[in-house]
Design a protein around this ligand. Structure first.
Ligand code: ZN
Length: 262
């Protein structure tokens, strides 16, 4: 593992992300083209500085009462390019569980990407705005989410510029069968896993963080808290290490999603 670190870590990130940027308009045009070609439903639920926020849906092969619904979102931080690229790759590869409905939000903060910054144009970290949304992006996102049926599983794709490898946060308050180990095993084939005992101030084991917390006691809600309170009982936040080459990070997020849905 340490050998891989030495080979792959670029050492570019000091005090923030200083790696590759993304032409978000071009990437989202490719995302939408791929989705439409493959028969997905595409809905723009908001527009910000002429960038659309898209929700893409692929119906289950057969509509049944118990068809699982999987939610995947990314691009809420404009300095995390691997997420929207992973969404594009997953769409193009088009390997999804047949009996499941898939909902994919490929970029929640396109303006952030256009400005190459984590926050939106008003300087707000959108992934802290879910308790009482103030930003136009999250107001629109939550209004859209409120119209959705519950999700079997939610995956939020991110990157962390400080991390030493991939890791995942699990929110699983009912103690359902965990997908975290499966995800980490899948990702380990393409990307180092962060071996740290403490990540982002939380205890971690083998790249897995299982925070013991009650979202209702926290003031700054990320997307995963809102989803857990309103739409799911099982949520994972996947974090790719953004000091590694972009292709490795995209591979990591793609492998994590595929392992979770398999
Ligand atoms: Zn993030």
């Amino acid at each position: 593992m340490l050998e891989i670190h030495r080979v792959l870590k670029l050492g570019k990130n000091h005090g923030g992300y200083h790696g590759e940027r993304l032409d978000i308009r071009a990437v989202l045009a490719q995302v939408e083209a791929a989705a439409v070609e493959l028969g997905w439903r595409s809905e723009a639920f908001h527009s910000e500085e002429s960038h659309e926020l898209l929700a893409l849906t692929r119906p289950a092969a057969r509509i049944t009462e118990h068809a699982p619904r999987f939610y995947i979102s990314t691009g809420i931080h404009g300095d995390e390019p691997a997420g929207p690229l992973a969404a594009l790759r997953l769409l193009r590869e088009n390997h999804w569980p047949e009996q499941a409905e898939i909902v994919l939000l490929p970029c929640l903060n396109p303006v952030g990407f256009a400005h190459n910054r984590r926050e939106n144009s008003q300087g707000m970290d959108l992934n802290r705005d879910f308790l009482q949304p103030q930003s136009p992006e999250i107001k629109a996102h939550v209004a859209w989410l409120e119209k959705q049926a519950a999700f079997t599983l939610c995956l939020c794709l991110h990157e962390d510029w400080e991390s030493h490898g991939f890791y995942v946060y699990e929110l699983n308050p009912d103690g359902r069968p965990s997908l975290a180990e499966t995800m980490v095993a899948g990702v380990a084939k393409v990307c180092p896993i962060d071996p740290s005992a403490v990540i982002e101030g939380r205890e971690a084991v083998g790249g897995i963080i299982r925070p013991q917390l009650d979202p209702r006691t926290r003031p700054l809600w990320p997307e995963s808290f809102w989803l857990l309170q309103h739409k799911t009982r099982l949520s994972y936040t996947l974090e790719a290490p953004s000091d590694f080459p972009l292709q490795v990070r995209v591979n990591a997020l793609v492998a994590g999603v595929k392992s979770a849905l398999a």
